[in-house]
Design a protein around this ligand. Structure first.
Ligand code: 5GP
Length: 118
């Protein structure tokens, strides 16, 4: 399991191609790949390449343009992989289920249960 002090993070190691992943989208600053333990028919992680920001609160404060790029990549993948509707989840803090402290968005879509947040 990852800890708060992991560096480089598991996602930085995917960016560096040290850990394999199927890259679904990549820009200069963002990368996206399927979650290894999917919680929905489509479950993709969209990750800023920098591990400077541990969570979405830090990212929004430090580089709102990069946060906007994460959302743009999420939307574009949802258009490609689902009917275009999706959930965008940023677990923020260990008590909210965050296990990797390198900010990332979960994009969930395709056959989601209605009326639930989980
Ligand atoms: P968090 O719990 O921090 O919000 O999300 C971390 C996510 O990273 C989890 O859903 C977990 O399944 C995923 N994950 C952890 N290690 C790997 C890995 O090596 N490859 C991929 N593709 N996903 C991973």
């Amino acid at each position: 399991m990852s800890t708060e002090t992991d560096s480089p993070s598991i996602f930085s190691r995917i960016v560096a191609r040290e850990i394999p992943a199927t890259i679904l989208a990549e820009t200069d600053r963002v990368i996206a790949f399927p979650d290894i333990a999917p919680k929905a028919p489509v479950h993709v992680l969209v990750v800023p390449k920098t591990e400077r920001y541990r969570d979405v609160v830090e990212l929004a404060a430090g580089d709102p343009g990069l946060l906007a790029e994460v959302v743009e990549v999420a939307k574009s993948l949802a258009d490609e992989l689902t009917d275009g509707d999706f959930r965008l989840i940023f677990n923020t803090g260990p008590n909210a289920g965050q296990t990797v402290f390198h900010v990332h968005a979960h994009v969930l879509g395709g056959g989601l249960e209605e009326g639930t947040l989980g």
